[in-house]
Write a protein that binds this ligand. Structure first.
Ligand SMILES: Cc1ncc(COP(=O)(O)O)c(C=O)c1O
Length: 350
């Protein structure tokens, strides 16, 4: 929490406010016209992300959602099919953009904590005939948000990628929280990204920036992505003030994600033993903690309200499911306060 905050805010890692040094970097950013390729800070950010992910080049976009949608538009023609986990953001939270914009639809797989297997992909690929939709793309979310912040193991990614390649499918990674996976696993971003044709990072989540995502791929792919960025109104002008936040975050906010993971684990440990609470999944790998309160005879909304009265904000994810997310603006003390408040809410309900 920063001074003056009334709440410990565990709603999402999107709730961070830019730190003072990040704001200074933004204020002092060298800028130009992004649409013309003349914004030096945006160019630098894109080079950094392309290098980090081992891709030829990258493009700065206003949001992670636009990164997913632009990638789908480049990969898919109307009538084609995307394979993704049923919990994927691309399915649950993008206004059916794949269908509405690209005319593609998504075939949902029932993975385990957001992670599906190569066998599931193989079974979902349509036969090549006139009747079936044409399977085109496999999309992986690293980490899986609604899978509980779970980290796709590199071997699982490589297995899925090899089936996809065997069938001539393209591969896309929603890397909204890829750097959380990197810090949690010790596998480099470049290794995780290697099998994918397109991959992006969100700046406005754990990295603590106010705006933006960066989509990386081959030069040809990004050329096409630029056409969609422009068409959708995502081309900017002096975007360097935003890109400077991203540069600052990549230089200062990556390793510290380990603190968010430790705080999430601490919160999970404190609440795991409470009667009526079930962690889902039981093992917290990164900064997301999902838990179910049906065993306590409570709804998620009742718990949210009880916590709010005690100065804690967390989100309801379903009738009985809640999600707490650790980030830059909540330290160990805030997490301990949140766990104590949850104990009080549960005791009150008894
Ligand atoms: C896994 C995942 N993908 C994509 C997004 C979309 O990112 P943005 O909010 O920057 O549009 C989110 C946001 O919560 C997310 O969790």
């Amino acid at each position: 929490m920063t001074a003056g905050d009334a709440y410990v805010n565990l709603i999402s890692d999107t709730q961070t406010r830019p730190t003072e040094p990040m704001r200074r970097a933004m204020a002092e950013a060298a800028v130009g016209d992004e649409q013309r390729g003349d914004d030096p800070s945006t160019n630098r950010l894109c080079e950094m992300v392309a290098e980090l992910l081992g891709k030829e080049t990258a493009v700065f976009l206003p949001s992670g959602t636009m990164c997913n949608q632009v990638a789908v538009l480049v990969h898919c023609q109307s009538g084609e099919e995307i394979i993704a986990d049923e919990t994927a953001h691309i399915i649950t939270s993008e206004g059916a953009g794949a269908a509405a914009l690209a005319g593609a639809w998504v075939r949902p797989l029932k993975g385990r904590n957001g992670i599906f297997s190569a066998e599931q992909v193989r079974a979902a690929i349509r036969p090549r005939n006139r009747n079936a939709p044409r399977t085109r793309l496999v999309a992986v979310e690293q980490t899986s948000n609604r899978g509980g912040g779970s980290v796709w193991p590199l071997a699982a990614i490589e297995d899925v990628a090899s089936v996809a390649r065997e069938h001539g499918l393209a591969l896309h990674m929603d890397g909204a929280r890829l750097l959380n996976a990197v810090v949690a696993s010790g596998v480099s971003a470049r290794q995780f990204a290697a099998p994918f044709d397109s991959v992006w990072l969100d700046l406005s989540k754990g990295l603590g920036c106010p705006v933006g995502g960066v989509l990386a791929a081959s030069a040809d792919f990004i050329d096409e992505a630029w056409r969609w960025k422009h068409r959708l109104g995502g081309a900017m002008r002096q975007s360097g003030v935003l890109a400077a936040a991203g540069i600052y975050a990549l230089e200062h906010h990556v390793e510290r994600l380990a603190e968010d993971h430790a705080n999430a684990k601490l919160f999970a440990e404190r609440i795991a033993a409470l009667p009526g609470i079930e962690l889902q999944p039981p093992n917290v790998e990164t900064n997301l903690v999902f838990f179910d309160v049906s065993g306590a005879g409570l709804t998620a909304e009742q718990v949210v309200a009880g916590l709010l009265r005690r100065g804690i904000r967390i989100g309801a994810e379903g009738e009985h499911q809640l999600r707490a997310v650790t980030h830059l603006d909540v330290g160990r003390e805030g997490v301990e306060q949140a766990a104590a408040a949850l104990v009080a809410v549960m005791n009150e309900a008894k």
